[in-house]
Design a protein around this ligand. Structure first.
Ligand SMILES: Cc1cc2nc3c(=O)[nH]c(=O)nc-3n(C[C@H](O)[C@H](O)[C@H](O)COP(=O)(O)O)c2cc1C
Length: 458
């Protein structure tokens, strides 16, 4: 086991009532119904900020889950990532209630346009003084495609091809179109910016045509910190090239370690450092004063979980409609082609011994199917986090909630002091850009990153 570095702590959110462990909004103590209140979000921001959490991440989707039972009804009834507000607007409100907490927001390269995207994120970066990250996703819901004028989802490979070009345009706009000394702010000469130092980008590609220049002036980080979660071979290649923080999961610590190594190897192979990428893995914790109390709380979470809603969530992400299978069937890798590759692969015949549908269903509704789930006392949770981090070479965790806001509040009050005491956590206390906080090498992307090629010097 290697010595554990101080951990990056990232909290998981969505701007809706139901998400993640589906059905938990129905837990008697859940306050997720407050997601429409401004005060709910500002309270969250200030609580996490005061605790010294490093970042808050917002997942996002652009449609309803309608694969399961070939219908949106289970997702609508069970509030499966639905209804869902716009996370960018929620974050804009949270910035004012926080000083050191950074925010990562999901935006889709399949459905966004790079020009307005770059403007929105540069604005957030300005207003937050560099506390913004972008989770680059290629999206997976068929309904999202139909909401954005397509008949069906673009093939998986093409989504990544479009994502590559999307990033190139963003780099050209945010890194390349304004030179560092373009802004003069000369009141005497009445010259705000030097036109000779603000450039069109004249991008003409397969998917995008953008003349530029960027309509926003450079923000502290210029390009926001880039998050990614690619898990397919193509997704890992993409993450290795572009990402600075990557969500990586595994069925067990050994599997996670293999996935982490694969990503770090891929980054190194293309000239980036092994540790130019921070790897975070999903974590959910049910915390009790004793093991027995934690188990009791876990039972209450299980009672709140909704099988129908969870199967609907799995269907939308993986492409598998579990209603079409018997419990002793196994899933084939076929239907998942156009969906999130990893979601299906986790459970399909790509594994040595594929799980039966009955086993998959059981796993889906037993607390979290996605994250390392820990049930126990605060000391047990801290021990487990330390153990997993040491085995897997990860840099941190993305903490999920079953019961809002109870789970985050309990983690902050009970587990974080132990982590800090053990030197496993350094709270975010001083204002700085997110990139500086992550890597301690300045606010801008390093020269080894592909975005650097689009910079203009004089
Ligand atoms: C922690 C985590 C958060 C994710 N958040 C989103 C999200 O908000 N929106 C989305 O469309 N996909 C999300 N994904 C899915 C990934 O973007 C990606 O599509 C998935 O991991 C499959 O990888 P692949 O694209 O290489 O097949 C998330 C994945 C993980 C592990």
């Amino acid at each position: 086991m290697t010595k554990t570095r101080p951990l990056l702590l990232n909290a998981f959110e969505m701007a809706g009532v139901g998400y993640y462990a589906q059905g938990c909004w129905s837990h008697p103590e859940s306050m997720r119904i407050r997601y429409k209140d401004l005060s709910y979000w500002t309270e969250r921001a200030s609580m996490l900020d005061a605790a010294g959490f490093h970042s808050l991440f917002f997942a996002d989707v652009l449609g309803v889950y309608d694969v399961y039972r070939n219908s949106p009804d289970p997702a609508i009834a069970g509030a499966v990532d639905f209804p869902l507000n716009d996370p960018v607007i929620v974050i804009a409100a949270m910035l004012g209630a926080s000083q050191n907490l950074s925010f990562a927001v999901t935006a889709s390269t399949t459905y966004e346009q790079p020009f307005p995207f770059a403007r929105r994120f540069a604005t957030l970066d300005h207003l937050s003084k560099g506390r913004i990250a972008w989770n680059v996703v290629t999206s997976y819901l068929p309904n999202a495609a139909r909401n954005y004028g397509l008949k069906d989802q673009m093939p998986h490979a093409e989504r990544y091809e479009r994502a590559e070009e999307f990033l190139e345009v963003v780099y050209k706009l945010l890194e390349g179109s304004w030179e560092d000394d373009a802004v003069l702010y000369d009141k005497v000469a009445k010259v705000y910016a030097d036109p000779a130092k603000v450039h069109r980008i004249d991008h003409a590609g397969k998917y995008f045509s953008v003349q530029g220049p960027s309509i926003t002036e450079p923000s502290i980080q210029r390009t926001p910190v880039i998050f990614q979660a690619g898990a397919s071979a193509r997704g890992i290649e993409f993450a290795a090239r572009h990402a600075e923080v990557v969500f990586v999961n595994g069925m067990n610590p050994e599997g996670l370690r293999a996935n982490v190594d694969r990503l770090r190897d891929a980054a190194e192979k293309i000239g980036r450092g092994r540790y130019d990428i921070k790897v975070v893995t999903d974590l959910s914790a049910v915390i009790g004063a004793s093991q027995a109390e934690a188990e009791q709380k876990a039972d209450a979470v299980r009672a709140a979980q909704s099988p129908e809603a969870q199967y609907a969530a799995f269907g939308g992400a993986s492409g598998y409609d579990l209603s079409k299978y018997h419990d002793d069937d196994t899933l084939t890798s076929e239907p998942a082609k156009n969906f999130s590759r990893s979601e299906g692969a986790r459970f399909t015949s790509e594994k040595k011994r594929p799980d039966s549908v009955g086993e998959i269903k059981k796993r889906l509704i037993n607390l979290s199917p996605y994250a390392s789930t820990m049930v126990g006392t605060p000391a047990h949770i801290a021990d487990e986090m330390e153990r997993i981090a040491a085995i897997t070479d990860i840099d941190g965790f993305t903490l999920h909630e079953f019961v809002t806001p109870h789970d985050f509040e309990t983690f902050v009050a009970e587990v974080m002091p132990i982590l800090e005491q053990r030197g496993l956590f350094e709270p975010a206390r001083k204002p700085m850009s997110f990139r500086q906080r992550l890597f301690d090498k300045g606010d801008r992307l390093p020269e080894t990153h592909p975005a650097a090629a689009f910079r203009r010097h004089g």
